[in-house]
Design a protein around this ligand. Structure first.
Ligand SMILES: [Ca+2]
Ligand SMILES: [Ca+2]
Ligand SMILES: [Ca+2]
Ligand SMILES: [Ca+2]
Length: 488
């Protein structure tokens, strides 16, 4: 943050303090007290239907109040899209001396194998009216580049009526339908009731936002897992110990310091997915990012127990690089499988870094485009190592079962999909693409080009692109490939 930006943040803060308190003496105190801010006010709580909604302690308006001034409240957002908007009394600074670059921590109630990820968005009070009527910027988490992540997802929930728990039907904006299932543990209606949530329509309502795929493991019906995401989601990382102003390092799997989910304002992106540099923020929004119903445990629903900003501390250091790999299915029955792996530095994607792969299974190999090929069956552990920094590594595992009858899916041979020439100056073609949707992203994650119904003989004009590295997404519906492109 520049000195000028800092002054602007503090000046905004000063105006707010005067507006709220009229007491300049408190204003001076707030300038000298470092960190240690909890949520000061919840501005909106709009849950999605869910088993904890309409009942204490998790799903009433009083639940929203419970997360103010503490890290031990109890608030449930319900199913996908349910959200809460809160603020801290003073702006949260994106300060360069904050540990690991992270600026605030949100606490939830995750377990070791039970994550209920929420996506966090932030807003700066640009018009200085103390209202969240400015622009939301989403904080990009580890799963942002996965093929299963989507923006602008919408789910409409319909009220089944009655005064007892009934399945709540939903339909998404791709036409998919399902139910939030009623269970025997929670017998009140799951659709928000008018007494508590008078602003919500009683026939149906729609919630929207980015969606990620929950990584559910259901091979054992009595021990269902929802795997922890790598970084950047609420209700995901375990809690550590006080003081809570000293945060977890989000780029390591272990719990450091306060634990909980640490967020860096530097992960903020605009609606085009381009990183923006905010010097401070005033409002935070969390929405449940996953739509999933799993057996007797009920739907995934983000919980929040409080939030706190972090204290500046230039002396705290730790690993800031991370390799994130999309989890593999429990079993793979094909000789080729497209991996999705991304290198991050301080939570921002780095597409020019090289990953080296090693495998526990003879004959298994991963090429430069992260395409896995195998020649035989067995347990497979893949280790991805950052070439320039071997201590940064990530493992994924699966079981290769080639003898199993393969599905009837008409798979393309993945190794036959490649783009050429590469490096390229004016145009590229993608061999093996048939009626595919092709998108090209730049190093900032911005989509520069999208072509529908692409066929392998067509040329793609990239002559206007700036020189640099790009990621090309080739979507065949049944499968998605990511390839790197170097523009000269
Ligand atoms: Ca930061
Ligand atoms: Ca939870
Ligand atoms: Ca405003
Ligand atoms: Ca950590």
């Amino acid at each position: 943050m520049t000195g000028k930006q800092l002054v602007k943040c503090l000046f905004n803060n000063k105006l707010n303090r005067i507006r709220y308190t009229g007491a300049t003496i408190i204003l001076i105190l707030s300038f000298t007290m470092a960190g240690a801010q909890y949520i000061s006010e919840v501005l909106e709580y709009t849950p999605a239907p869910g088993q904890f909604i309409n009942s204490a302690p998790w799903g009433l308006p009083s639940s929203a109040s419970s997360i103010v001034g503490t890290v031990n409240g109890s608030l449930c957002l319900g199913s996908f899209g349910g959200y809460v908007i809160f603020r801290f009394e003073n702006p949260v600074e994106n300060h360069p001396d904050n540990p690991y670059g992270v600026d605030f921590t949100i606490f939830g109630n995750p377990l070791i194998d039970w994550s209920e990820p929420g996506i966090v968005s932030v807003m700066k009070d640009n018009n200085e009216n103390s209202l969240p009527d400015d622009t939301w910027y989403e904080l990009n988490g580890s799963d942002y580049y996965f093929s299963s992540t989507a923006r602008n997802y919408e789910v409409t929930y319909s009220n089944p009526g009655d005064t007892i728990a009934l399945d709540v039907p939903w339909m998404d904006n791709t036409g998919k339908v399902g139910h939030i299932r009623a269970n025997s543990f929670h017998q009140q209606p799951y659709y928000p009731l008018p007494d508590s949530f008078p602003a919500l329509a009683q026939d149906q309502y729609t919630l929207s936002g980015s969606v990620i795929e929950a990584e559910m493991e259901t091979t054992s019906p009595t021990f269902i897992k929802s795997r922890k995401r790598a970084f950047g989601y609420a209700d995901n990382q375990l809690r550590g110990t006080a003081p809570f102003i000293k945060p977890d390092n989000p780029y390591t799997g272990e719990v450091e310091n306060s634990g909980g989910d640490a967020f860096d304002i530097g992960w903020a992106v605009d609606s085009n997915g381009i990183y923006v540099d905010l010097d401070c923020i005033h409002f935070v929004k969390v929405h449940n990012a996953a739509l999933s119903a799993e057996g007797w445990l009920g739907e995934l629903s983000t919980e929040i127990t409080g939030a706190v900003d972090v204290a500046e501390d230039g002396s705290t250091t730790g690993e800031l690089d991370m390799i994130v790999i999309k989890e593999l299915p429990v079993e793979i029955d094909t000789t080729e499988y497209q991996l999705e792996a991304f290198v991050f530095h301080k939570g921002r994607v780095q597409i020019d870094k090289t990953i080296h792969w090693t495998s526990s299974l003879t004959g298994a190999m991963v090429n430069d485009n992260h395409l896995l090929t195998v020649t035989g069956s067995g347990d497979l552990v893949l280790t991805a190592v950052l070439a320039e920094k071997p201590e940064v590594k990530t493992e994924v595992s699966t079981i290769i079962k080639l003898d199993k009858t393969t599905s009837g899916l008409d798979r393309y041979r993945l190794s036959e999909i490649f783009l050429y020439p590469n490096p390229a100056r004016d145009f590229i073609r993608i061999k093996g693409a048939r009626d595919a949707s092709v998108s090209i992203y730049d190093a900032a994650g911005k989509r520069c080009l999208m072509i529908q119904a692409y066929h392998e003989h067509n040329t793609i004009d990239i002559s206007g692109f700036p020189v640099g590295l790009y990621m090309v997404k080739i979507d065949h519906g049944v499968q998605i490939n990511w390839l790197k492109l170097l523009k000269e």
